[in-house]
Write a protein that binds this ligand. Sequence first.
Ligand code: ATP
Length: 351
Amino acid sequence: MVDLELDGVRREYAGTAALADVSLSVAEGEFFTLVGPSGCGKTTTLRLVAGLESPDAGAVRFGGEDVRGVPTEDRDVGVVFQNYALFPHMSVRENVAYGLQFDGPPAGTTKEERVDELLSMVNLEGMGGRDPDELSGGQQQRVALARALAPEPRVLLLDEPMSALDARLREQLRRSVKAIQRELDVTTLYVTHDQEEALAVSDRVAVMNAGRVEQVGTPQAIYRRPETAFVASFVGDNNVFEAEVLASPPESTAARVADAEFELPPVDAAAGETVRFCVRPERLSVADPPSPDAPSPPNRLTVDVETAEFLGDTTRLYCRWAGRRIVVRTPDVPDADRLDVEFEPAAATFF
Ligand code: ATP
């Protein structure tokens, strides 16, 4: 069931569209993430849902009802922002209890019991008496999360809640957020510019660019089947090629990039047309060079290695081929300036 919906939403600032025409629907209990580069309109979208902004056109609906004019405190949303926004003069307990000021504790519990329950949910038992400045950044964000969840909101809105934390804390907190979200089954709209984080935590992801939604899908679909050049290169490393179709019989496509010939999956394009496709770095594998008298096999690139990054389980190679940058991710640890790499036709995705 659709819980939260944006329908043709537009929002302008001084005549410039921060959101051009955004339509999204988030199902009940879903963990839905907006990801995109700085300035693409993620925060504006979240603020529209929170009721901190109004759309210039289009509608925001909760459970099918237009919420135009409904103030934030009546929207049944819990919000956590990037900066902790805890009240410094209140203890941790008081900060969490503040979340209950409008609605009180859920039926059958006292305020004190509810605060204890929330502190335990975010792993801060025993820390209720502390002041916010006696907590680490990650702990402060847990308090902010507990405060937002206190009144059992219908929708949880999280705007880059982890961006001020270091990498390890970020990973820990994102696991907790995900586990809590699952346990409570609360519809969640999460904003991040970090595509890896978006893939890791979400049921579905909307990739945004310049005030528009480029693609909505599961993390797997976004990663494996990008539909636009922007999504292909924003989400994860990717190798994007522009190719001239040589022949396109039903079962496969023959295409040329620079001087190399490629065998690709079938595509709806005629000989002479230009198509674009991408191949993920981990789908390029290091191959033995062909013997000098044999013809070069298809889908084979001889690349110049510029930089190699050892990542533990794999090595990432930044290479050049025919004037292009090629990224290869391989379990091998190659030690060569020049390598042959190849890919299976099925590794190529058209967009
Ligand atoms: P970031 O990741 O940097 O927070 P974002 O994707 O959340 O970016 P928004 O904050 O939604 O992007 O901003 C979208 C666009 O709208 C930007 O160009 C921004 O400069 C502009 N904008 C946002 N808020 C205002 C405002 N109050 N007044 C004028 N312009 C604004």
